[in-house]
Write a protein that binds this ligand. Structure first.
Ligand SMILES: [Zn+2]
Length: 336
């Protein structure tokens, strides 16, 4: 009997809110009354318990409605962050079958990881300049494959680069030689991307390399610089093209690699994102840098399945284009 009344109340509640929900434009205005307040938190609580939430209830945009959405509404109510200042903003750029990730740190310093094939350089430069930046405080070339460093020489030439990190491995390709020339011309010294090297550390944000761990690998992909960003209580993992061999080393060397957000390794190939590894990371958000109709058939269905099993939201550059994620260190929001 009680159940019946409860579900009747629920139906009435849903019917009452339905017309408003679809009009809701304010982020966090879950109940559609044109303001963001404690009532929206109560509405979210109801959705969490009845498991029947409309898309608007997913305030932080991670594909599920849970306590994180309540925290997101709290932050909106109290004006904590999710404005430009003080947020970590990660844009996974669309560079076809390749990687380029532009990050604005809470201090407004900038970090660029990879720069796609050479033909994408102009687009990357434009994106960063349009965002208002002329300095790249940190540049990471994860490994010397052309789909990661092809556009890097031009990018280095276009900005005031403060620090550049690369793993200790060379490659006899034109794009690699060009990058070294560009670095030389700017009188920059290459810093080594290697596990345990710290890129940045202060009270609220730490950026550390957790791979490569070994000195030598057969496969160039496994030299990939892997970055772990810890911002308040959220963690972000950027895998480059690190494959299962590197993942196994990370698991052996780091007892806790749980992260909320991950840039999936090697474009979603089966040669990366092992079951053991992705289960240990257990992310809520995954970004895959992958080209539409690529010859490698990336991303692999198996990898997508592994992510789905973890209830992890997936954003793919071949389907979503460039995607921006924002975090205040307590919640993560998909901006686009
Ligand atoms: Zn690659």
């Amino acid at each position: 009997m009680f159940k019946r009344i409860a579900s009747l109340v629920l139906v009435v509640t849903i019917l009452n809110t339905l017309p408003f929900i679809f009009l809701a434009a304010l982020r966090g205005d879950v109940n559609g009354d044109d303001k963001v307040d404690i009532q929206d938190i109560l509405a979210l609580r109801d959705y969490i318990f009845n498991g029947n939430a409309p898309p608007e209830a997913d305030v932080n945009g991670d594909g599920k409605v849970d306590i994180q959405d309540i925290l997101a509404v709290r932050d909106i109510i109290f004006g904590i962050s999710i404005n430009e200042d003080g947020a970590l903003i990660i844009t996974v750029l669309d560079v076809g079958q390749g990687d380029s990730i532009f990050i604005v740190l809470p201090s407004r310093e900038t970090l660029l990881i990879d720069a796609g094939e050479s033909r994408y350089a102009d687009g990357i430069i434009k994106h960063i300049k349009d965002a208002g930046f002329t300095t790249l405080n940190y540049v990471v070339a994860t490994h010397p494959h052309a789909d990661h460093i092809g556009g890097m020489a031009k990018v280095v030439e276009a900005f005031d680069v403060k620090n550049i990190y690369m793993p200790n491995v060379s490659h006899t390709t034109v794009s690699f030689e060009k990058l070294l020339d560009a670095i030389d011309a700017k009188d920059l010294t290459i810093k080594t991307a290697k596990a345990r090297n710290v890129l940045l550390s202060n009270d609220y944000i730490q950026i550390e390399f957790i791979a490569p761990i070994s000195d030598e690998y057969k496969n160039l992909n496994n030299y990939s610089a892997v970055l772990l960003i810890t911002f308040n209580n959220k963690r972000f993992l950027l895998m480059g093209d690190a494959e299962v061999e590197s993942e196994a080393e990370i698991l052996q060397n780091y007892s806790d690699i749980k992260a909320d957000w991950i840039k999936i390794g090697h474009h979603g190939s089966v040669t990366a994102t092992s079951d053991d590894f992705i289960n240990a990371v257990n992310p809520s958000f995954a970004a895959i840098c992958v080209g539409k109709g690529n010859n490698y058939k990336h991303p692999s269905e198996l990898i997508l399945e592994r992510l789905a099993n973890l209830n992890c939201g997936v954003w793919r550059t071949d389907e979503n284009g460039a995607v921006t994620f924002q975090s205040d260190g307590y919640t993560i929001t998909v901006v686009k």
